[in-house]
Design a protein. Structure first.
Lengths: 125, 402
């Protein structure tokens, strides 16, 4: 049901954990649907300099969380915010149809983290 | 890597004895039982013999056994066949009682009947996942035609009080000898049980259970997938749900699957020989596994009843802060096959309808893992599971946001 790449990321998730004093944090999902994702970012020169995730969820939830950290690291905020669910699924060699919606929330979590960062910056000004 | 298979409520391996019994009916004794020549008659005889064996197993007459393609078809035949047969008496007001924890092979046909205009009550269950008698009592109406409750639940192993319900309905039926003239009242309530998960472990004597219909599945008792049977007590109103030849006393059209029918009978025969021994062995292993998990993993809960009201082969735990599918995938990487909820629900993402009916929160239900043993399961296999499971749960708990 899962591609080799999904299983590989599931087994060895990249950038798993927490960033102390992050510049932005985004959390999506809820216990009812079974998946919760939290993305932490550090921003330097308008680029994502560090990114980590914490996820409670199924294999797809963990693999997509791991994948987005790889895709977003080093990208400008403008580019990072454009990473879509489809991009992540494609990079993972596809996801089962049933998982496309509910367990593929990593892009949303990242968008929230970036919005959180931008909101903080705005307040400072 | 030596695989450890602990998902026996999903399906069981075919027993070698069963396989041996069925093999001649593929390429040697392959005749169509409806053919008059000797090759055909050989098949007809094999089916007759299988029918007699299963009748002996269920304590019924051979004419009361209808072979099907499995439990799903048997359940569809029971629900639609009986409700529609009662149609002339009840109109589409006929009432069916079932429960919230049934397999989809009951819930889906029940919903189709509802769409057709029949009334259906889905009984709630206790926190342990058991239907209570008072709920059955409350649900009965004048136009109740059929009660269909599973004998044991596939996810939690919760054994339902079928014989108690069967005896209770007999009493109700005794008072119903004179149907009301207006017609809306049928003079009998029929009782169906889906015994697919129970057959290996519980007494399935149709008479002592007090049921009119009973579903059997081959692949839960070491016969192949794709064969089952429905016991239909004589005098039960039922019509076929598919049209064609007049096989199976006109109730199930289609050329009989001779090798698989032979396999089902052999599997029942083996169950009759080993039921007590297997149940005793597995109850011990089950309780050992439950006790070890509780000792080695914090914040876990056993879903479903304990002791004698639970199938001897079923363990179902929720691990707070870890998700079921992830645990299943990690165990698979260790060579251990288990499941989350039932295999059928892995196609949608909703938490198990069985666990939520028991009042378990979606959050906890998502963290459930079902471990189901077989007659082949060894203590060494259970020990291997206990050795790797705590680390796996810990990995996911660490990964989850706090």
């Amino acid at each position: 049901m899962y591609s080799k790449k999904v299983l590989e990321h599931f087994q060895n998730p990249r950038n798993q954990g927490k960033i102390e004093n992050p510049d932005g944090v985004g959390q999506v999902g809820n216990p009812v649907c079974g998946d919760i994702m939290k993305v932490y970012i550090k921003v330097k020169d308008n680029k994502i300099s560090d990114i980590k995730f914490e996820t409670l969820g199924c294999g797809a939830a963990i693999a997509t969380s791991s994948m987005i950290t790889e895709l977003a690291r080093g990208k400008t905020l403008e580019d990072a915010v454009r990473i879509s669910r489809q991009d992540i699924a494609q990079e993972l060699g596809g996801l089962p149809a049933v998982k496309m919606h509910c367990s593929n929330l990593a892009a949303d979590a990242l968008k929230k983290a970036i919005a959180d960062y931008l909101g903080k910056v705005k307040n400072k000004i | 890597m030596q695989k450890i298979y602990l998902d026996n409520s999903a399906t069981t391996p075919v027993d070698r004895e069963v396989l041996r019994a069925m093999l001649p009916y593929f390429s040697e004794k392959f005749g169509n039982p409806s053919s008059i020549h000797s090759l055909g008659q050989e098949g007809a005889e094999a089916i007759l013999e299988a029918r007699e064996k299963i009748a002996l197993f269920l304590g019924c007459q051979k004419e009361e056994i209808i072979f099907t393609s499995g439990a799903t078809e048997a359940n569809n035949l029971a629900l639609k066949g009986v409700m529609q047969a009662c149609f002339q008496k009840t109109g589409k007001k006929g009432h069916l009682i079932t429960s919230q924890i049934e397999h989809k092979a009951i819930l889906e046909p029940a919903q189709v009947l509802e769409q057709e205009g029949y009334k259906v009550t889905y009984l709630p269950v206790s926190g342990e996942g058991i239907v209570e008698m008072q709920e059955v009592r409350k649900a009965i109406r004048d136009n109740t035609v059929l009660i269909s409750l599973m004998y044991a639940n596939s996810e939690t192993g919760a054994i339902q009080p079928i014989s108690e319900i069967g005896q209770f309905i007999k009493k109700i039926n005794a008072k119903r000898v004179n149907p009301a003239p207006q017609g809306c009242r049928v003079n009998k309530i029929f009782v169906h049980t889906d015994a697919a998960q129970a057959v290996q472990y519980l007494d399935c004597n149709a008479n002592s259970l007090g049921v009119d219909l009973l579903t059997l599945a081959g692949h839960k008792i070491y016969a192949p997938k794709g064969v089952g049977a429905l016991y239909v007590k004589k005098g039960t109103p039922i019509i076929p749900i598919q049209q064609g030849g007049s096989q199976e006393y006109g109730l199930r059209a289609g050329t009989e699957n001779v090798p698989y029918i032979v396999a089902l009978a052999k599997a029942c025969e083996l169950v009759a020989q080993n039921r007590l021994r297997v149940s005793k062995k597995l109850a011990k292993l089950r309780d050992y596994l439950i006790q070890k998990i509780k000792k080695d993993i914090l914040y876990c809960q056993l879903n479903g009843p304990r002791g004698e009201r639970r199938l001897p082969n079923n363990v179902n735990f929720s691990f707070k802060g870890a998700e079921g599918e992830s645990i299943v995938l990690d165990l698979d990487l260790e060579g251990i096959a288990v499941s989350t909820g039932s295999a059928c629900t892995s196609h949608d993402l909703k938490p198990s309808h069985v666990l939520t009916a028991m009042g378990i929160s979606p959050e906890i239900a998502h963290g459930s893992v079902r471990i189901t043993l077989s007659k082949y399961t060894t203590a060494a296999e259970i020990n291997k599971l206990i050795q790797v499971l705590p680390k796996i749960v810990e990995r996911f708990r660490k990964m989850a946001p706090k």
